[in-house]
Structure formats: C-alpha cells, structure tokens
Design a protein around this ligand. Structure first.
Ligand SMILES: Cc1ncc(COP(=O)(O)O)c(C=O)c1O
Length: 188
C-alpha cells in the first residue's frame, strides 16, 4: 500500500479501542513502571497529563518552538531524558497549535528517540485534517528507525461525534519492543 511519500507502508497489528482517549489510557498504563517518566509537549493536549498522573507516571514537558512552526525543541528533549524515560509523545497535526510537521522534522524526532533509547507515541487523531503547506506524514513510516506506537480514531477525520472507535498500531519491523518485553520477562 503506498504511503504519503510514495513508499511502501507496512501493515502492523492493530488494537481497536473506544476512541483515541482509550488508546492513550492503554498505552500509558502499559508504559507505567515505578519511577518511570514520559515526555509530553507544552503546549499540549491535557488528557495525556491526566492519564499519566493517574498512573504515577512522571511527566516531563518539552517545549515547542513557536517561531519554527511549533517544532519539537530537540535539545530540551535530550536534556529531559534519562534511563527511566519510557517514551516521547508527538501530536501531529498538533492540538492546540495546529502544527503539521515536515517529513524531515519527523525523521529527526525519531532519530533522536533512537539515540535516547525511547519509544515514540504518535497521536495522529487529526491526521486527515491538516492545513498549511506541509502534507501530513504518518510517523509510523519511520518505525524501522525506532519503534512508533500510533494512536488514532475516526471521530475527527469523519466528524462523527460520539462514535467511539479508536486504535493503536505498533510500527516496529525490527521487533525492538518484542525483544525488550522478552528480556523483561526472562529477568522477572
Ligand atoms: C490530540 C488529541 N488526541 C486524542 C484525542 C481523543 O480522541 P477521541 O475523541 O477519539 O477519544 C483528542 C480529542 O480532542 C485530541 O485532541
């Protein structure tokens, strides 16, 4: 299947959920461990903060650069990350800033995640409501660089309020997540 850049889009297992909000809850519950933390954008969609607080997942906010199309401040991301950081959340297209990141910026984010050894959680709930000159690119196309968990739902795209259908998709062709889970299981 062709993706937004004309390359091949690999299909990965999907997990259907009751709206994107439920997909967020499931993902954060899975990542929460004693002492672990997660990187969230500021400004951002506050449901992530609430879900993390409910799960004792420490929140660390990275900045978005208002004078650079609300791009991720990757220097802050690096300075906030430690060995207890589980993931970085990227909302693209953004809420509340309306940013639509370029292919190059998304690639840089995933390369940074790989360098730091963290997962990328890509919220694409507004994936087909992108405005401006940048075309929407699904973060999952970079799953071979670092594992990407994509969260979405039908509500925004199809403008069907109260239709609670969402999903999460793991793009991880190198099975990094599976290998880490197996290691955890063996060490238990
Ligand atoms: C960025 C973002 N992610 C997720 C959601 C939740 O989506 P859903 O209504 O499908 O649960 C919203 C809702 O406003 C949102 O703005």
């Amino acid at each position: 299947m062709p993706n937004e850049r004309g390359g091949d889009l690999l299909i990965y297992p999907q997990c259907r959920r009751s709206g994107c909000a439920h997909a967020i809850e499931v993902t954060l519950t899975t990542l929460a461990r004693p002492g672990s933390n997660i990187l969230l954008p500021r400004p951002g969609y506050p449901y992530y903060d609430a879900c993390a607080a409910n799960r004792n997942l420490e929140v660390r906010h990275y900045g978005l650069l208002s004078d650079h199309g609300w791009e991720v401040d990757l220097d802050t991301v690096e300075s906030l990350t430690d060995h207890n950081t589980a993931a970085i959340v990227i909302v693209n297209p953004g809420n509340p800033c309306g940013n639509v990141y370029s292919y190059e910026h998304l690639k840089k984010i995933v390369e940074t995640a790989r360098k730091l050894g963290i997962l990328v959680i890509a919220d694409k709930v507004y994936g087909h409501l992108a405005f401006g000159s940048n075309p929407f690119v699904a973060m999952g196309v970079f799953g071979s660089i670092a594992p990407v968990i994509t969260l979405g739902s039908i509500l925004k795209r199809w403008i069907v309020p109260r239709w609670r259908l969402g999903w999460l998709v793991i793009s991880d062709p190198n099975n990094v997540v599976l290998a880490a889970a197996a290691l955890l299981w063996v060490n238990q």
